[in-house]
Write a protein that binds this ligand. Structure first.
Ligand code: NAD
Length: 499
């Protein structure tokens, strides 16, 4: 590796990483281990314990104790908020180390690791820190019961749902951990967080910070491990009240079945196949630059990726040429090189999966305009890839590739139902965007497109105070904003007859 991390990062990488259970770093009871591989060098960079069912049992028991007893349930909402705020401060103070961990463990380019992932995690925790003392119930104007003169005082309180099992993917590790922890802790839940087996490092450092700022033991437990072992144990565990999952739609279905035993609450942030619709009056230069930038953001390993680009035939040739030129201009390389905008894919397995999709596109008759091949270097690098001549029945158009591949397709006419039909021709419904200067067309299409977020001259989620999540097979519930608290809260109605 021709990159030298800071001494602090090097020291962290060289540690023997355990599991954070009940406030202590422990070994995996079954001796499970994970090797963290730098996807830009294919070299092992750290060794971590991998939790199994016994470890999940211990972590759930610790989270239960911390939920029922001790300082956490007695802590004032403001004090809980202060801890979240202090964790955000600690993330910022450790920003360079966390940035380097995301670069090395995930392959993320420095921009966005330093500019979005780390500050975004701090911002998320601060946002939910502000919510701790604003979670309120309602007073209900109930009628008197039959035979009674006065109505009982009737009100609701919102209570934390209990122990939350949180399972996150590898594509945006620190950000995912913060998205999960912020609302759960603000609501007063305790947590067992399972980071993805490919990217445990930033969550483990977060565990260090959680100890340092003084969260009571057991409030946050962190157990990296594989999906089939640690993840499945958490999803089925009878001691878990709620499971929050971000990952593929396929695994989401497995989680739903696994959660049925004790009917735990389930929230799901799943895959996407997001349409990006370009009308002839759009700002064409911005459209092409944005489609390429967001299409290859995180190497396309991004649930919001505008992977289906529909361009009106009147401007098709120009926009496609510009997208291809913008894709070719994106510097591909290791995340630590400052110019890099497209890093390596997460693993050899993911690279192979994406290469299979490219082969299927070619076999189905799609035209490869650029990319499609592995870069000639060590590491799991794949050139930004653009397919044309695609049709709605091709696998590359129907399935989430989760790699640097976008499909462009012309459409004719400006009939709004037809355009909405193109956008909605998918099992997913996470994000969509429409590019036009005509406000009434934009407004009409925003109403007809079935997606959790519809952008007009914008693609992707809004700020963290706006809800984010999917229609159809893109998920259940919403994250971010006030809505993000809901999956972590129960509603209790209190009825008081006072005379
Ligand atoms: P994945 O479903 O394979 O894994 C996600 C997590 O689930 C990992 O921690 C994994 O260990 C765990 N897991 C795997 N099998 C499990 C099982 N049987 N039981 C319990 N846990 C299990 O997904 P991935 O490939 O790591 O991530 C990519 C997917 O995540 C894509 O589909 C992407 O769209 C989705 N994603 C969605 C959002 C969103 O907000 N909607 C954000 C990022 C990623």
């Amino acid at each position: 590796m021709d990159f030298r991390p800071t001494p602090e990062t090097t020291e962290f990488l060289n540690r023997e990483h355990g599991l954070l259970i009940a406030g202590e770093w422990t070994r995996a009871r079954g001796g499970g281990a994970i090797e963290s591989v730098n996807p830009a060098t294919e070299q092992v960079i750290a060794h971590c314990a991998a939790g199994g069912p016994d470890d999940i049992d211990q972590a759930v028991a610790a989270a239960r104790r911390a939920f029922e007893h001790g300082p956490w349930p007695e802590m004032s909402p403001t004090a809980r908020g202060r801890l979240l705020w202090q964790l955000a401060d600690a993330i910022e103070a450790g920003g360079e180390l966390l940035t380097e961990l995301e670069i090395l463990d995930n392959g993320m380019p420095r921009d966005p690791a330093a500019t979005q992932a780390v500050p975004g995690a701090a911002k998320m925790l601060r946002y939910y820190a502000g919510w701790t003392n604003k979670i309120t119930g309602r007073t209900i104007p109930a009628d008197p019961r039959p035979g009674q003169d006065t109505a009982p005082l009737t009100y609701t309180v919102r209570e934390p749902v209990g122990v939350a099992g949180q399972i996150i993917p590898w594509n945006y590790p620190l950000g995912m951990a913060a998205m999960k922890l912020g609302p759960a802790l603000a609501a007063g839940c305790t947590v067992v967080l399972k980071p993805d087996e490919h990217t445990p490092l930033s969550a483990l450092y977060l565990g260090e910070l959680i100890r340092k700022v003084g969260f009571p033991p057991g409030v946050v437990n962190i157990v990296p491990g594989t999906g089939e072992t640690a993840g499945a144990s958490l999803a089925t565990h009878a001691g878990v009240d709620k499971v929050a999952f971000t990952g593929s739609t396929e695994t989401g279905r497995t989680i739903v079945h696994a959660a049925a035993g004790n009917l735990k609450r389930v929230s799901l942030e799943l895959g996407g196949k997001s349409p990006f619709i370009v009308l002839p009056d759009a700002d064409l230069a911005e459209v092409a630059a944005t489609a390429a930038r967001l299409g290859f953001f995180l190497q396309g390993q991004n649930c919001q990726c505008p992977s289906r680009v529909y361009i009106h035939e009147a401007v098709y040739e120009q926009v496609v040429d510009d997208i291809v030129a913008a894709a070719r201009a994106l510097p591909v390389g290791p995340g630590w090189e400052p110019a890099t905008r497209v890093g390596p894919l997460i693993s050899a397995g993911q690279l192979g999966r994406v290469e299979n999709y490219i082969a299927s596109g070619l076999a189905d008759g799609a035209e490869l305009l650029t990319g499609g091949t592995r870069e000639d270097r060590v590491g799991y690098f794949l050139s930004p890839t653009v397919f044309a001549q695609t049709t709605g029945d091709m696998r590359i158009v129907r399935e989430e590739i989760f790699g640097p591949v976008i499909c462009v397709q012309p459409f004719s006419g400006t009939e709004l139902d037809g355009i909405a039909q193109l956008a909605n021709d998918t099992n997913y419904g996470l994000v969509a965007s429409v590019w036009t200067r005509d406000l009434s067309v934009a407004h009409e299409l925003a109403g007809r497109i079935k997606a959790g977020v519809v952008g007009i001259n914008h693609h992707g989620g809004g700020d963290i105070c706006a809800p984010f999540g999917g229609y159809k097979e893109s998920g259940w519930n919403r994250e971010f904003g006030a809505e993000g608290l809901e999956p972590y809260l129960e509603t209790k109605t209190v009825v008081i007859r006072y005379r």
